[in-house]
Ligand binder design. Structure first.
Ligand SMILES: Cc1ncc(COP(=O)(O)O)c(C=O)c1O
Length: 375
């Protein structure tokens, strides 16, 4: 089944925004800026994630204006749940026999849970070569059917689209289904509202397929169209240096990119040929933004820094935005004003990259003096 919803259009104006006192704390409070009419409900709570003002991290980086949008606090611990919510509601309304997606991991976990919540079979296509085994376990725990494709993420993507065509499944594929962008743009609304209805100066976002970034820019643009904000923030896209086709194209002043063989520990952004790369590059350019490349050591340092100074645990792709901020600080950038880093996914689902050297595990006899001797 084709999710053939056209790109949504709205009669923009301040009246589309929710009443600050409506008491609702999820994505549906933005229903007048979403293409579904809000009459359908989604069983899981999605959206309304915290905006953190991390004192110790700010001091460490010398960045008093740094805020973190904590997208680890969603049903499956990633920002993918925003897109899943809209797609699952739409699929159920259309009476789909199943819902499918290709994924580097987090989309699939999200859709497995969403399908379970809505009573829809989920068919998930992941690269058997690179998917985290613990994420496959999570997908299976939710009762999903997981296809471990002997090929890259791009190959899994093509197979999933063909399977949707053949078997009539609803495609939640990011890049193919416009509802993915519509769902993900809600995070921009929330940040603006949580800052007191003010736009940040700059926003750092991880980039794999480019949907997260393009959706954030779209959300900001819609607030401008609604005449409640004056400008869109500068958007900085963060790519892993082993999977940076968009950063490379942007550096050359081009809008088209040469696909690469991705090599990075950050599986969420290990995309060699992004399916939403064009809109992502356009959004960065339109906001006078830029791309920054970070290597795996930078990503691991960001995961460790985040965990130690804020108590937030992210996977490497989830901490990529912070890695970008840290890279710019190292390069001597001042970064004045409010700087947002979107923390896109928890580190609990894939513990291969935990910064274990941050703390200590000490073997000790059950005796206080023995304990004192080891301190
Ligand atoms: C944790 C995490 N961050 C960022 C991204 C990148 O999002 P996009 O593919 O929309 O660019 C992903 C994508 O899977 C992800 O899993």
């Amino acid at each position: 089944m084709d999710a053939d919803a056209p790109e949504a259009e709205y009669a923009y104006g301040p009246e589309l925004l929710p009443d600050a006192s409506d008491g609702q704390d999820d994505i549906w409070r933005w229903r007048r800026l979403l293409p579904l009419d809000g009459s359908d409900s989604y069983p899981l709570q999605v959206g309304g994630t915290p905006l953190l003002h991390p004192r110790s991290l700010r001091d460490t980086l010398g960045l008093p204006g740094l805020v973190l949008k904590d997208e680890t606090r969603t049903p499956t611990g990633s920002n993918k749940d925003r897109a899943t919510a809209l797609c699952v509601v739409d699929a159920a309304r259309r009476g789909a026999a199943g819902i499918a997606a290709a994924s580097s991991g987090n989309v699939a976990v999200s859709l497995a849970a969403g399908g379970a919540a809505a009573g829809l079979p989920a068919y998930l296509f992941v690269s058997g070569r690179s998917v985290a085994p613990s994420k496959v376990d999570l997908m299976r725990a939710f009762g999903a059917t997981v296809f471990l494709v002997d090929g890259s993420y791009e190959a899994a993507y093509r197979l999933s689209e063909a399977a949707c065509e053949r078997f009539g499944w609803y495609s939640r594929n990011t890049g193919a289904n416009p509802l993915a962008v519509e769902g993900k743009k809600t995070v921009a609304f929330e940040v603006w509202e949580q800052l007191g209805r003010i736009m940040p100066r700059v926003v750092y976002l991880p980039v794999g397929d480019g949907v997260t970034l393009a959706a954030y820019a779209r959300g900001c643009q819609e607030l401008v169209h609604c005449r409640v904000a004056e400008r869109v923030p500068r958007i900085v896209g963060v790519q892993a240096s082993g999977a940076a086709p968009l950063a490379d194209a942007f550096a050359r002043g081009q809008s088209s990119w040469t696909p690469v063989q991705p090599r990075t520990i950050a599986d969420g952004i290990a995309v060699g040929d992004p399916c939403y790369g064009g809109p992502a590059i356009d959004a960065v350019r339109a906001t006078s933004g830029e791309f920054v490349r970070v290597d795996d050591a930078d990503l691991q340092a960001a995961v460790a820094m985040l965990a130690r100074t804020t108590g937030l645990l992210a996977e490497p792709a989830g901490a990529a935005s912070l890695a970008g901020v840290m890279a710019h600080r190292r390069a001597g950038r001042a970064l004045d004003g409010t700087v947002v880093a979107l923390i896109t996914a928890t580190g609990l689902k894939d513990q291969r990259w935990l910064p274990r050297e941050s703390g200590r595990a000490i073997e000790v006899a059950p005796d206080l003096d023995a304990l004192a001797a080891r301190l």
